[in-house]
Design a protein around this ligand. Structure first.
Ligand SMILES: [Zn+2]
Length: 217
C-alpha cells in the first residue's frame, strides 16, 4: 500500500464492508478507524468537555455534530500507527463530512482512495433479514445463503437460533433509506474527484476482498 493513504469504504448496511475493513487492516497493517467506536470510548471514559458533549448528544438521541467528528478523526489519525495510512469505517457519511475529510487530507498531505461496494437492495434485504445467530456459540447463519442443517437450530450446539430485533424488514428499510439519502451522494462526489472505484458486492466475501487488495496495494 502506498504511503499515507486514507481509505474509505462505502457500502450499504449488509454489504459486508465492516468485515472487509477488518481484513484489510490485517493484510496491510494499517489501523481501521471507526468513529462510532472512538466516540463510545471517549463518552465512557473521558471527563473532558468533549466527552460531556458526546454523552449529552447521545442521551438526547441525536447525532454527534460534524465538527466533533472531524476533530475526533483528526486527533486519532495523528497518532504514530496512522503513518502508513488508515481505513475509515463509518465515516464520512454525508457530503459535509466528505468535504471536511478533504481538508484533513490536504493538511496531512494524504491521498484519499474510495471504494464503493455495490449491491442490489433485494440482495441486501435477504442478507439482513435472513440473518440468524446462535446465542450459545455465536455462529452466524442465513436462512437464504447459509441455513442450519435443521430448521432454526444451531449445527454445533443444538440451541435455538436468535433473530436480532433490528434485523426486521421495517428497521432495515429505514437504514437503507437513510443510507441512500445521505451516503449515496458521496459516490457522485468522489466520482467527480476521480478517486472512486466500484466493486460488485454480490460476489463472495473472498472475491470482494481479493478485488479490494488489488485496488489498495
Ligand atoms: Zn451454537
Amino acid at each position: 500500500m502506498s504511503v499515507g493513504k486514507i481509505i474509505v469504504i462505502l457500502g450499504a448496511p449488509g454489504s459486508g464492508k465492516g468485515t472487509q475493513a477488518k481484513r484489510l487492516q490485517e493484510k496491510f497493517s494499517v489501523p481501521q478507524i471507526s468513529t462510532g467506536d472512538i466516540l463510545r470510548a471517549i463518552a465512557k471514559e473521558g471527563f473532558s468537555l468533549l466527552a460531556e458533549q458526546i454523552r449529552e448528544t447521545q442521551a438526547a438521541g441525536k447525532l454527534v455534530s460534524d465538527e466533533i467528528l472531524i476533530q475526533v478523526v483528526s486527533e486519532r489519525t495523528q497518532k504514530e500507527d496512522c503513518k502508513k495510512g488508515f481505513i475509515l469505517d463509518g465515516y464520512p457519511r454525508t457530503l459535509g463530512q466528505a468535504q471536511q475529510l478533504e481538508g484533513l487530507a490536504l493538511s496531512q498531505e494524504r491521498e484519499i482512495k474510495v471504494v464503493n461496494v455495490d449491491i442490489l437492495d433485494s440482495l441486501l434485504l435477504k442478507r439482513l433479514t435472513g440473518r440468524r445467530s446462535c446465542p450459545s456459540c455465536g455462529e452466524i447463519y442465513n436462512i437464504y445463503f447459509k441455513p442450519p442443517k435443521s430448521n432454526n437450530i444451531c449445527d454445533h450446539c443444538s440451541e435455538f437460533l436468535i433473530h436480532r430485533s433490528d434485523d426486521n424488514l421495517e428497521s432495515i428499510n429505514k437504514r437503507l433509506q437513510e443510507y441512500r439519502k445521505n451516503t449515496e451522494p458521496l459516490i457522485d462526489y468522489y466520482k467527480k474527484h476521480q478517486c472512486l472505484s466500484s466493486i460488485d458486492g454480490t460476489q463472495s466475501p473472498d472475491e470482494v476482498f481479493e478485488l479490494l487488495c488489488q485496488i489498495f496495494q
